[in-house]
Design a protein around this ligand. Structure first.
Ligand code: TRP
Ligand code: SF4
Length: 330
């Protein structure tokens, strides 16, 4: 007694396949820090993946495995954090349904991601009931563990505001059941991919956490640089260089500033500059790859870890749902 209860943190990641540097710099690095401090729930949000991948649903399971292996090999630790699969906790679906009863339709119609995603992914029919409910499901994920805080990038800020509004409305209608989840806005560095566009799985330009040193070397050495540096003697602007977005996330400040200076004065060549970030990435990723080998050889172990996480999550979710049903009067 007397000991302060640890804050509950929850976040989720859609299983879209093997993770890349963007996931590491934008989410995982923060998640790793949080698990030392808070009671963390990290979910592989399979139903969110399904809301846009329903025409290719069979890949979700393999992608779930890939994400789990990436999580475990970068150090998310099932002894510290609850690592679980959203669709194995059916209570999320029940809460999603109950929340949907009280969410005014205009709240959903003004969620910007609904229209944005349809524009970005024109070959997918996202004009569905399930996809409209995406932020409702996200709210259920958060509330069911009574999360105090949710680490997300700027792109999810609106969904979090939505969740907070829903929380207030639900509490007003049925009694104070849920803490209003705080947003832990995490800085998501904008990483460029090998073609200079934003690093993204859908562009096929990503550097994966599981890439071998050879692949990393190959991908970065052929990567676009600032167009001003046509010749070795042309000075460049690091801020306009796709490769330098990687330096910003993965090379120590002092060394990075020296390289930037070298670039601006044509004191160094691009190859030399690239080699620095290549080496840092290889150093960073090698220990992950060693852990990964173990998990890839024992897929059963990975599924068992997720099952254990599921069991822990389910207990909490069931307890919350008992409270919720009784507050509503069901
Ligand atoms: N929508 C989030 C994303 O695309 C994923 C997500 C689902 C999530 N449920 C969540 C994030 C709950 C935080 C909390 O990144
Ligand atoms: Fe980019 Fe480095 Fe070449 Fe400058 S020197 S253009 S920062 S790769």
């Amino acid at each position: 007694m007397g000991e302060k209860k640890k804050k509950v943190v929850l976040s989720g990641m859609r299983p879209t396949g093997p993770l890349h540097l963007g996931h590491l710099a934008g989410a995982l690095r923060n998640w790793l820090k949080f698990q030392e401090q808070y009671k963390c729930y990290y979910s592989i949000v399979t139903w969110h993946a399904l809301s846009s991948e329903y025409q290719n649903s069979k890949v979700i399971k393999d992608h779930t495995f890939e994400v789990a292996v990436d999580w475990l090999s970068t150090g998310l630790d099932p002894k510290k954090s609850v690592l679980f699969i959203q669709s194995d906790i059916k209570e999320h679906a029940e809460l999603h349904l109950l929340l949907s009863m009280v969410i005014p339709l205009p709240w959903l119609q003004r969620v910007p991601t609904f229209k944005e995603m349809q524009r970005e992914l024109p070959d997918k029919d996202l004009n569905t009931y399930g996809f409209l409910g995406y932020p409702v499901l996200q709210t259920a994920d958060i509330l069911i563990y009574k999360a105090d805080a949710v680490p997300v990038g700027e792109d999810q800020a609106f969904h979090l505001e939505f969740a907070r509004e829903v929380t207030r409305r639900f509490n007003r209608l049925f009694g104070n059941i849920f803490p209003e989840p705080q947003t832990f806005l995490t800085e998501v560095p904008k990483l460029a991919g090998t073609d200079g566009r934003k690093m993204s799985k859908s562009y096929g330009n990503a550097i994966l956490l599981k890439d071998s040193p050879e692949v990393i070397r190959q991908k970065i050495s052929t990567m676009m640089t600032d167009v001003r540096r046509k010749r070795r003697t042309d000075p460049g602007v690091p801020e306009d260089c796709p490769v330098f977005t990687l330096h910003k996330a993965f090379v120590a400040t002092k060394q990075r500033e020296e390289l930037a200076q070298g670039c601006r004065t044509a004191g160094i060549g691009c190859l030399e500059c690239k080699n620095v970030v290549i080496e840092s990435l290889i150093n960073l990723l090698t220990p992950y790859r060693e852990k990964r080998d173990k998990f890839e050889k024992k897929p059963q172990l990975v599924w068992e870890i997720l099952e254990e996480g599921n069991d822990k999550a389910r207990l909490v979710a069931q307890k919350t749902m008992e409270e919720v049903r009784s507050a509503i009067g069901l």
